[in-house]
Design a protein around this ligand. Structure first.
Ligand code: PGA
Length: 240
């Protein structure tokens, strides 16, 4: 059975003073059967590592393929791991768009994550134009082929399906749309790989998404910033 994950992505939000929200989330998810991860801005990981968390694990949001070097402004997987991360997002569509990251880049970042002992949360997703052109499954199959390295296991990789048009827009994909994609991903990625859905997940729509056979959790942006929004999502997952 795939592991269930409630994963939060704080994106470029949060100062050290906001880490109290991670502690509130930690208290709220204690004892739940799913795993809970919060992917923080790199600047907060070390500070979060010093907090007395029991349950929530910490992730980064990006890593450079190299261990170190002349890459101003970048952060390596080893740096994230030393700061206290155990997970890292790779291939988020905002990075693919804002920084021109290709499938080959995402593949190299995912290999770097493994090298540092991190579990990669590898994101794929189609644009609205691709969906409307009927290309969704072909695009996702290609993205996964291009960005998932050889040697992926359920321990070192989690796959997140995040339709670009659903991220931060309030437009969640319908259960039928999610089921079609996740069933195809299950066939491609294997029986035990965790498959998360991401894109405007909230407490109000979480339960119907988690009821789908091949949805093993969620990658949550906006609704992960506050415990009052995020804990009910994790509870819905644990109850599914
Ligand atoms: P959202 O973001 O929940 O704010 O739509 C999801 C994500 O980008 O991971």
């Amino acid at each position: 059975m795939p592991q269930k994950y409630a994963a939060g992505n704080w994106k470029m939000n949060g100062l050290v003073s906001d880490l109290t929200d991670v502690l509130e989330i930690d208290a709220g998810v204690e004892g739940l059967t799913c795993k809970t991860i919060i992917c923080l801005p790199a600047t907060l990981i070390y500070a979060a590592d010093g907090d007395p968390r029991q349950t929530v694990e910490i992730g980064g949001q990006y890593c450079h393929p190299a261990i170190s070097g002349a890459h101003t402004g970048d952060v390596s997987a080893e740096m994230l791991a030393e700061a206290g991360a155990t997970y890292v997002i790779t291939g988020h569509s905002e990075r693919r768009t804002d920084h021109g990251e290709t499938d080959a880049d995402v593949r190299a970042q995912t290999e770097a994550a493994w090298r540092a002992g991190l579990t990669a949360i590898l994101c794929i997703g189609e644009t609205l134009a691709q969906r409307e052109a009927g290309e969704t499954l072909a695009v996702l199959t290609d993205q996964l082929k291009g960005s998932l390295p050889e040697g992926a296991t359920p321990e070192n990789t989690i796959i997140a399906y995040e339709p670009v048009w659903a991220i931060g827009t309030g437009k969640v994909a319908t259960p039928d749309q999610v089921a079609e994609v996740h069933d195809a991903l299950r066939a491609q990625a294997g029986a035990d790989m965790s498959l998360l859905y991401g894109g405007s997940v909230k407490a109000a729509n979480a339960a119907e998404l988690f009821a789908l056979t091949n949805v093993d959790g969620a990658l949550v942006g906006g609704a992960s910033l506050k415990a009052a929004d995020f804990v009910p999502i994790a509870q819905a997952l644990a109850a599914s």
